[in-house]
Every structure is written in structure tokens, then in C-alpha cells.
Ligand binder design. Structure first.
Ligand code: GDP
Ligand code: MG
Length: 455
């Protein structure tokens, strides 16, 4: 996703030269390139203008901190502004109301509304344990109603039947009534595709909206339409009070113009990204993560979430079992933990994505590189099995032996043991929450007085 923009920008941003501070002179050419890159990515012109202006204002006169090159300093500014233009924070659904909370979907034909109803239903059911009902008010194609029925069946959420003889407003009323009667948490209403210039169709959805009084009215739009996505969203928003946007087919969008334009043009947040045809290909939209992706810095937080969800299940089970067996967390466990962190792909890349890490003094950051993991692992490898199981054995002469064996100093061994003790305490505090809980705590402890600050 967004490959073209990423490639253009990362080529460009490396070229900022000079030292000391960013000046008009050393960013002029790069700024022009950024502007071109955004226009090529089909970002709407007012957005490009505003963006470039803001970056310039912010950059000129900025001191380049010692540990960064001017190029890196500039990238930081570009990243911050990218986040800002997309809305800074993730905005999720606000379903707080007397249930059932109604979500109304609107958009052009083929935008991905029906697919998104399914994805959203699945997410709300699985992530939030909501009781979800879906219904189709698309009475123009019999196949459309059937499509949603099949989808709901696949996912395992309830489908409220409708047919092409009915009026959309009738369907909406009946579904809402049923939703109340059967205590559904959420009712998601699919609608037919329509053009904002089609007055009759727009009146129809306005009536449906009035009948349902939805807490969320989501505009579903294809990312590949670029800045048109933002413009149609705006046109819809003029007729229908939207609460957010679902940007679909982002998996096929190399440019990113829609993602960057929607917020600025409509004033409405993108709430989700559709990233594939499968029912789980829906991601909450996090401006900071998308900004990182655009700048080619990966998206480590999403990666960590993935790891939490998938990779670590086995380890988590092992740990959970250990807790049950009342065995403590020992250095063997600590080592496998380190290995996992190493596998997460580059500590440095990861650090900058972690909340709060940007405030860390750069001399600390410099010290935290992947070598630390290698070193920590080497130290543990130099211990005997007994020492790993019972770290309290490790005293003076043993420490010297371990340091010599791992090519480190006794103080490194001490540091590792201290870090281990901190980790062990944390593990004790942790209940049976498993790996997920622990990863969260690990994230929490890194910026402050955690693993890497006890030197
Ligand atoms: P609707 O007319 O707005 O209801 O659109 P549909 O939900 O029927 O989707 C139209 C087509 O787009 C289908 O072939 C979907 O599989 C596809 N589609 C929807 N969302 C995505 C997405 O996020 N990524 C990809 N690659 N395809 C999608
Ligand atoms: Mg549809």
C-alpha cells in the first residue's frame, strides 16, 4: 500500500543537506519534490498546499539535534505533519447510546459497502463481543440482499431478511424494531450504491437516516479513486451528516491520495481501512502508523499487534502453564523473550514507533540497538543450566566467568541481572493474562525506568 508515494518520498527526503539547522535554502528543493510526490499521489491540491506550507514553517529555523542528520530531522517534521493531516489520533466507532446502536453505510456502487458491513460485523462480534444484526436496504438488486445474507452466514452474525418489494425505509424500521426486541447491541444497515447528484436516491437515504437515527453514518469509498474519494465524501456529507469514512481497497492503492485528502477536505475522520477481500481485512485507521508506512519506516505497532494476536500463542501457552505449575520466571524464559524481541525486526525501528520514545534523550536511544539483545543473549548463553534456573547463584566469581565467556564486563552481567529481576517482578505481578498482557506491560516499561535505562 502507498508504495509509489513511499518510494518517491524516501528518495527525496534523504537529500536534505547542510548541518546545524534547517534553512530555506537546504529544504527548498526537497520541499518542491515533496509537493510533486504528493500531487502524483493524487492528494487534493488544497491539502498539498497547506501541507507544504506547514512543513516549511515548521522546518525553517529548526535546530537539527546532534544525533540526527538534517534529512532525518526533516523526515520527523514531515511525519508529524502527515499525521496531522490525517487526523492524529485513531477515531473508533462511538457506539455509546441506548442499544441497539445503528450503523448506516452509504457510498457509491461497488465501493465495498456490503463487504465492509460483513467485516465490521465480524470485528464488533469478535473484538468487542457485540451481538450484531445486519440488514440490507439495497432493493435494486436481489443479488445484493443475497450477498449480505451469505456473508453474514459465513461470519456467523445474524441477518435480518428483506426483499426487493419493500421500501428501504420500511426495511430500516422493521430491522430496528427487531433489533430492539431481540436486544441486539448493534444493527448495521447496508444500502444501495448511489451518486450524490441523484436527488431521488439521496432523498431516499436521508429518509432512511431519519428513520434510524444512527449513531454512526459511515461513508464507504474506494481508495483507488484518489482525491475523488475525498470530494465525493464531501458531497455526501453535505446531504447526510457523516460520522466517518471507511476507505476500502487500500491494499491495491499505491498512491495514498485518498488517505491524505479525506480528513482535510471533509473534516471527517477515516475510521477504518479495507485492506483486502477477506472478512478480516479491516484495520482501524491510525494516522501515525499510516504516516510511518508512507515514509517507509514500517508499521511496527501493527506488527506488534499481529504478533500479539498470532505468533506468540505458543509461548503464551507455555508461560501460562508455567504459572499454573507455580514455577517462576527464570533466565531461560528471559532469553526466549529476548529472542522474540529480536525477531520483531530491528529494535531501533521499533523504538521510534513506541509511544513516548521520541522523548528519550538521544544518547539513550543510541545505546539501544540490536546489539544489546545479542549481548544479553550471549551473557545468558554463558551461564550454566543451574545458573539460568536459579539466578541467585550468580555471585562474584561466577559473574567474572560469565563475563569472560560472553566477552563482556562484569557490569554488563550485573545490568542483565538487574533487568532480569525487573522483568521477573513484572511477571509475578502479571496474572494469567498471558503474552498479550505482558507485551503491553513491556511497552509501558521501556520509555521510563525500564529495561534499557538501568545502566
Ligand atoms: P458495494 O457495491 O459497495 O456493496 O461493494 P461490495 O461490497 O459488493 O464490493 C465490491 C467489490 O470490491 C467486491 O468484489 C469486493 O470483494 C471488493 N472489495 C471490497 N472491499 C475491498 C478491499 O478492501 N480490498 C479489496 N481488494 N477488494 C475489496
Ligand atoms: Mg452492496
Amino acid at each position: 500500500m502507498f508504495e509509489n508515494l513511499t518510494e518517491r518520498l524516501s528518495r527525496t527526503l534523504k537529500n536534505v543537506s547542510g548541518r546545524g539547522r534547517l534553512t530555506d535554502d537546504n529544504i527548498k528543493d526537497t520541499l518542491r519534490e515533496v509537493r510533486m510526490a504528493l500531487l502524483e499521489a493524487d492528494v487534493a491540491l488544497p491539502v498539498v498546499r497547506e501541507f507544504v506550507k506547514r512543513v516549511k514553517e515548521r522546518a525553517v529555523g529548526t535546530e537539527v539535534s546532534k544525533s540526527l542528520t538534517p534529512g532525518q530531522e526533516f523526515i520527523k517534521i514531515v511525519q508529524a505533519e502527515l499525521e496531522l493531516v490525517m487526523g492524529e489520533e485513531n477515531e473508533g466507532l462511538d457506539l455509546s447510546c441506548q442499544p441497539p446502536a445503528v450503523i448506516l453505510m452509504a457510498g457509491l456502487q461497488g465501493a465495498g459497502k456490503t463487504t465492509s458491513v460483513g467485516k465490521l460485523g465480524k470485528l464488533l462480534k469478535e473484538r468487542d463481543s457485540k451481538k450484531v444484526l445486519v440488514v440490507s436496504a439495497d432493493v435494486y438488486r436481489p443479488a445484493a440482499i443475497k450477498q449480505l445474507e451469505t456473508l453474514a452466514g459465513d461470519i456467523g452474525i445474524d441477518f435480518f431478511p428483506s426483499n426487493v418489494e419493500q421500501k428501504p425505509v420500511e426495511i430500516a424500521k422493521a430491522a430496528l424494531e427487531h433489533g430492539k426486541l431481540k436486544f441486539y447491541d448493534v444493527v448495521i444497515v447496508d444500502t444501495a450504491g448511489r451518486l450524490h447528484v441523484d436527488e431521488e436516491m439521496m432523498d431516499e437515504i436521508k429518509d432512511v437516516h431519519q428513520t434510524l437515527n444512527p449513531v454512526e453514518t459511515l461513508f464507504v469509498v474506494d481508495a483507488m479513486t484518489g482525491q475523488d474519494a475525498a470530494n465525493t465524501a464531501k458531497a455526501f456529507n453535505d446531504a447526510l451528516p457523516l460520522t466517518g469514512v471507511i476507505l476500502t481497497k487500500v491494499d491495491g492503492d499505491a498512491r495514498g491520495g485518498a488517505a491524505l485528502s479525506v480528513r482535510h477536505i471533509t473534516g471527517k475522520p477515516i475510521k477504518f481501512l479495507g485492506v483486502g477481500e477477506k472478512t478480516d481485512a479491516l484495520e482501524p485507521f491510525h494516522p501515525n502508523r499510516v504516516a510511518s508506512r508512507i515514509l517507509g519506516m514500517g508499521d511496527v505497532l501493527s506488527l506488534i499487534e499481529d504478533l500479539e494476536r498470532n505468533v506468540d500463542k505458543k509461548e503464551a501457552e507455555k508461560l501460562a502453564k508455567k504459572f499454573k505449575d507455580k514455577k517462576g520466571f527464570d533466565l531461560e524464559d528471559f532469553r526466549s523473550q529476548l529472542q522474540q524481541m529480536k525477531n520483531m525486526g530491528g529494535m531501533m525501528g521499533m523504538l521510534d514507533k513506541l509511544p513516548g520514545m521520541s522523548q528519550l534523550p538521544s544518547d539513550v536511544k543510541d545505546k539501544v540497538d540490536d546489539k544489546i539483545f545479542v549481548q544479553m543473549e550471549a551473557i545468558i548463553n554463558s551461564m550454566t543450566k543451574a545458573e539460568r534456573a536459579r539466578p541467585e547463584l550468580i555471585k562474584g566469581s561466577r559473574k567474572k566467568r560469565i563475563a569472560a565467556g560472553s566477552g563482556t564486563q562484569v557490569q554488563d552481567v550485573n545490568r542483565l541481572l538487574k533487568q532480569f529481576t525487573q522483568m521477573q517482578k513484572m511477571m509475578k505481578k502479571m496474572q494469567k493474562g498471558g503474552m498479550k498482557n505482558m507485551m503491553r506491560q513491556m511497552k509501558g516499561m521501556m520509555p521510563g525506568g525500564g529495561m534499557f535505562s538501568g545502566r
